[in-house]
Design a protein around this ligand. Structure first.
Ligand code: GTP
Ligand code: MG
Length: 346
């Protein structure tokens, strides 16, 4: 076994990763039930504010969902109406949560006073509906809709490799308890940005192009370029891109995963650099605008905003320790690949 060639080993590990993920991907039925729930909630939102829309963002909309992942919904208010004053996000939270309580059997938690006012709703699974629903509704969070669209576009450039890597890392970070922003580690969104950074800016030849730096091929409307003072442009003509952009990189998922762990275990200059997808090199020095967090990942659209601000010193120590552990496990080739994956995610 240990004499197996590296190519054969990584090919086998790749197949094993794909087989490992397949039973934990969402089913068609799960998507249907979630979409029906979204429509039901949208009807209630329209009662509160005529013309309101509820749009999915996050993993249910960006192609990186696992089975039973939470639903992220964003409520957009119709501002073209003749109403002079529009309710604030806090008022909308109060009004919509009341209607959802009255007209559905969801558990409802309203957080009108939070920094970002949201409604959290949930429902356990029943014998008729064997799906738990857990959903956050936010208001007017258009940047989240745009970054969801960016992630979805990347997912379409190199679907098999990017998607498999992100999904595997999501499972791994959840099983190893590295995915809890509230207790000092990183969100799924943050890990997804790490993978995009690695595939676009670290790996050579690059697996992905930098969509934020490909010039547009058509004139753009102002609202395609700017949102609330943020530059939200990225190249989104996927039909053309899939014809024009062929990565010279032929590494398989396992090779990329092993090197991803190695890079973030040993090589990444955590203390010096800010990761920033939109830049030419993917990084800039921390001193540039006084970044001083342990781990710095600039949001692709929100200039100066650290997506990894939740990561504490201890949190980063734990995460890096896990990258080192993962590197070690994948180096031990006396084990079968299935046993390696099991140990990795135990
Ligand atoms: P799972 O819920 O674990 O399946 O992952 P997810 O892909 O839904 O990611 P997550 O729940 O971490 O984030 C959901 C969405 O919220 C992301 O796709 C972003 O659109 C948005 N989001 C999350 N965290 C941030 C943040 O720190 N900054 C900004 N701007 N958006 C964020
Ligand atoms: Mg989510």
């Amino acid at each position: 076994q240990s004499s197996m060639s590296y190519e054969r080993y990584t090919a086998e590990l790749t197949n094993c990763i794909i087989a490992f993920l397949s039973p934990i991907l969402p089913t068609e039925e799960e998507y249907r039930i979630k979409e029906a729930t979204r429509r039901q909630l949208e009807r209630l939102a329209a009662k509160v504010s005529p013309g309101a829309k509820l749009l999915a963002f996050g993993s249910m909309a960006n192609g990186f969902a696992l089975r039973n992942s939470d639903m992220d919904l964003c409520c957009l208010i119709n501002r073209s109406g003749d109403q002079e004053v529009h309710p604030s996000a806090s008022e909308l939270v109060e009004m919509l949560s009341k209607v959802i309580r009255e007209e559905t059997d969801f558990n409802v938690l309203a957080l009108p006073k939070a920094r970002i006012p949201i409604i959290k709703i949930s429902r356990g699974s029943t014998s008729e509906l064997p799906y738990e629903i857990s959903c956050d509704i936010g208001f007017e969070n258009r940047l989240a809709l745009e970054n969801t669209r960016l992630l979805l576009s990347y997912a379409m450039v190199d679907p098999p490799r990017l998607r498999t890597l992100v999904l595997f890392l999501k499972v791994w970070t959840k099983r190893r308890k590295l995915n809890s922003p509230y207790t000092g580690t990183l969100s799924s969104y943050g890990y997804t940005l790490l993978v995009l950074f690695y595939l676009t800016h670290v790996k050579r030849p690059a697996v992905l192009p930098n969509l934020q730096r490909i010039p547009p091929t058509r004139p753009l409307a102002p609202e395609e370029v700017e949102l609330n003072g943020h530059n939200i442009y990225f190249y989104d003509d996927m039909a053309t891109l899939r014809k024009d952009w062929q990565s010279q990189n032929t590494e398989n998922v396992a090779e990329l995963l092993i090197d991803f762990f190695r890079y973030f275990a040993k090589e990444h200059p955590y203390s010096r650099e800010v990761i920033s997808l939109k830049t030419e090199t993917g990084m800039f020095g921390k001193d540039a605008i006084m970044w001083n967090a342990e781990l710095c990942i600039e949001d692709p659209f929100q200039h100066g905003y650290n997506v990894s601000r939740t990561v504490t010193k201890d949190g980063l120590y734990t995460i890096r320790g896990e990258f080192i552990r993962a590197t070690r496990i994948l180096q031990n080739r006396n084990q079968r690949v299935s046993a390696q994956l099991a140990e990795l995610c135990e």
